[in-house]
Ligand binder design. Structure first.
Ligand code: HEM
Length: 345
């Protein structure tokens, strides 16, 4: 009896202590109802995340050397990639468009946009590891990258990358050795999908993305990717400690405008193949098809509330904010190569 009481008191003490020191709710860990991995909450807790303090700090985009592929070449490589993405190789490799119409039947638009986040997302600012480095190709089949759409999307990127590099190699104007990396393709394709689906313009989201990212040769730690069931505290801390603002978190989450839940048939918004700002009204209304990670953007912090409201009211403001945040995401953790060569006349 005495021993039982002592054990009970110890349990109560532990529980109170854990609650007192833990800004992430009891238990910690990234709730993983849809693929997040447990344990990250504890790491964030150790980092001493304070949402209110971090939310006040200005976070600048990571440094990128000016024109890693020397201006002209950068632009040209991106144009070659753009053309390949549009139509693929008709009859062999699908493109984003078929006979002038969005090819959503043969190309998983949502999976392709999601893939850009899943390559760049495992960036860890504290250690400097991970990021937009092409490592996604080693992470397929590992939770949360087990979804069929992301696997199909990665396969398409492989084939587009080969097509782009063949076109570059055959072009006498392009200096020898200029190739596009997996990391570049993963970031460019997300932007190309957003443009194709009626989102921000090419000039706004695609053209400003530099190319020249180096490819990693091993997987990143995907354990730090958030799951759909993640709590507000864990989500906000994850993004803030990795150098995003709350406004950028809200803007990037607007990617859930496109695509489907993991059953691959339930659309997240009313128009899953169209990039608009409808997602934000769905967030305000707590729409059931969205994830917890989407719904918590409303009702937890004045800054995320304000961003959700602005983006719901003003599509152009969302597009501008998304394009900027997406370009920042595509620089996170990237390392750059430079060929130091110009296009030949
Ligand atoms: C903010 C934290 C985020 C969480 C917790 C999250 C979580 C998820 C989950 C659980 C799914 C369904 C997974 C599955 O089908 O197996 C999903 C789908 C998707 N995510 Fe996110 N995501 C986040 C941010 C992002 C970002 C930043 C982007 C892109 C910029 C993005 C793009 C997408 C897209 C387009 C889909 C639909 C995929 C499809 O149609 O197959 N997500 N997300």
């Amino acid at each position: 009896m005495g021993r039982g009481l002592a054990a009970l008191s110890l349990l109560v003490l532990l529980a109170v202590g854990a609650r007192a020191g833990c800004p992430f709710g009891f238990g910690g860990g990234l709730e993983d109802a849809e693929g997040g991995i447990k344990g990250t909450g504890r790491r964030l807790q150790q980092a001493g995340c304070n949402i209110n303090t971090l939310a006040q700090q200005a976070v600048t985009a990571p440094f990128v050397p000016a024109n890693p592929l020397q201006g002209q070449v950068d632009k040209y490589v991106k144009e070659v990639a753009w053309n390949v993405f549009q139509t693929g190789f008709p009859g062999f490799v699908p493109g984003l468009f078929k006979n002038g119409r969005l090819n959503s039947a043969n190309v998983p638009l949502g999976g392709l946009l999601r893939l850009s986040f899943h390559d760049a997302g495992p960036f860890n600012r504290a250690t400097g590891r991970g990021g937009a480095n092409g490592s996604l190709r080693f992470e397929l089949g590992v939770k949360p990258n087990t979804n069929q759409n992301i696997i199909i999307a990665a396969g398409l990127c492989d084939r587009w990358r080969t097509m782009i590099n063949n076109a570059l190699a055959a072009d006498p104007k392009v200096p020898r050795g200029v190739q596009i990396s997996y990391a570049d393709v993963y970031q460019l394709i997300g932007a190309a999908v957003v443009v194709a689906a009626g989102g921000p313009s090419k000039a706004e989201v695609y053209d400003p993305l530099p190319v020249g990212r180096r490819d990693a040769l091993v997987a990143d730690n995907v354990a730090q990717m958030p799951g759909g069931g993640i709590s507000w505290n864990n989500l906000a801390c994850l993004f803030l400690t990795n150098g995003y603002s709350l406004e950028e978190l809200v803007a990037l989450s607007g990617a859930h405008e496109l695509g489907f839940r993991q059953d691959r048939t339930t659309p997240m918004t009313a128009n899953p193949n169209s990039f608009t700002n409808e997602y934000f009204s769905a967030v305000i209304n707590g729409a059931r098809n969205l994830f917890n990670s989407d719904r918590v953007l409303w009702g937890n912090h004045a800054r995320s509330n304000a961003a959700v409201q602005t983006f719901a009211n003003n599509r152009a403001a969302f597009f501008t904010a998304f394009a900027k945040a997406y370009n920042k995401m595509g620089r996170m953790g990237a390392t750059w190569q430079s060929y130091g060569a110009k296009l030949k006349a």
